[in-house]
Design a binder for this molecule. Structure first.
Ligand code: PGA
Length: 240
């Protein structure tokens, strides 16, 4: 893993964002795996700014998001679909038909998982997967577990994740389940760009980089990926 440490969230966003912009300049039909959460937002700001300056077009990219809540309408303000529309997709020229999400309301989660896996293969595989990390070491919604997963699946969220994300839910209770890409899907991406900021992530970041590879810290599997760039601020790096 290549670990880079920055002073500010904006510097992380600019540096991580440049990787995506450079990819799309070199390969206009790139396939990008996107992530939600507050940490990726400065990266999305950089990408949207580069688009508005006319420096890059995202017209031909295909996107696959990591995860989506179950039992929440896609148009609800807290869905990850709406998060991506607000923070990135409505600000760039990606084609709506090239945007892919897991359907958290699918009646048959196993069939939905299969559909997503096939769509990723049909698109040619993910060139770069963007990742944040949960305080409990989750990536996507792969929560600490007894075994690493492969393809997408329906997951019961842990108390730690519910506590961290329920602050965003003011009108409906936070969903207890989500659909997430599995660890295998994430590991098959050609390159991984990872961001973490703040003291609350320091322990998880340490376990990810310096701990044993274990499904109890799902992010630790990234030690086995050949091309991971980790962007941290000083707080997130404080226990390394
Ligand atoms: P955050 O979420 O960026 O809002 O902390 C990251 C995650 O839970 O993966």
């Amino acid at each position: 893993m290549k670990v880079l440490i920055f002073d500010t969230e904006k510097e992380i966003g600019d540096a991580a964002g440049k990787i995506f912009v450079d990819l799309v300049k070199a390969k206009s039909n790139a396939v990008i795996g996107f992530a939600t959460g507050m940490t990726p937002v400065p990266t999305y700001n950089y990408m949207a700014e580069e688009y508005s300056k006319g420096n890059v077009s995202f017209r031909d990219i295909t996107t696959f998001n990591l995860d989506e809540y179950c039992d929440l309408p896609r148009e609800h303000k807290n869905s990850f679909y709406m998060f991506m529309m607000d923070n990135l997709f409505s600000r760039i020229d990606v084609k709506p038909e090239n945007i892919n999400f897991l359907d958290g309301n699918a009646a048959d989660p196993e069939a939905e998982s299969k559909r997503y896996a096939e769509a990723i293969i049909k698109a040619g595989g993910i060139d770069i997967q963007f990742l944040g990390i949960g305080r409990n070491g989750h990536i996507g919604f792969n929560e600490p577990a007894g075994a690493f997963t492969d393809e997408a699946f329906k997951v019961r969220l842990t108390d730690s994740t519910i506590e961290a994300n329920s602050v965003y839910f003011d009108d409906v209770p936070m969903p207890r389940y989500a659909m997430t890409m599995g660890i295998g899907s994430i590991m098959r991406a050609g390159k991984i760009v990872f961001v973490a900021t703040g003291k609350a992530k320091a322990q998880a970041v340490k376990a990810m980089i310096q701990g044993e590879v274990t499904p109890k810290c799902p992010a630790s599997i990234l030690q086995q990926h050949k091309d991971v760039t980790v962007f941290l601020d000083r707080d997130a790096a404080s226990l390394l």
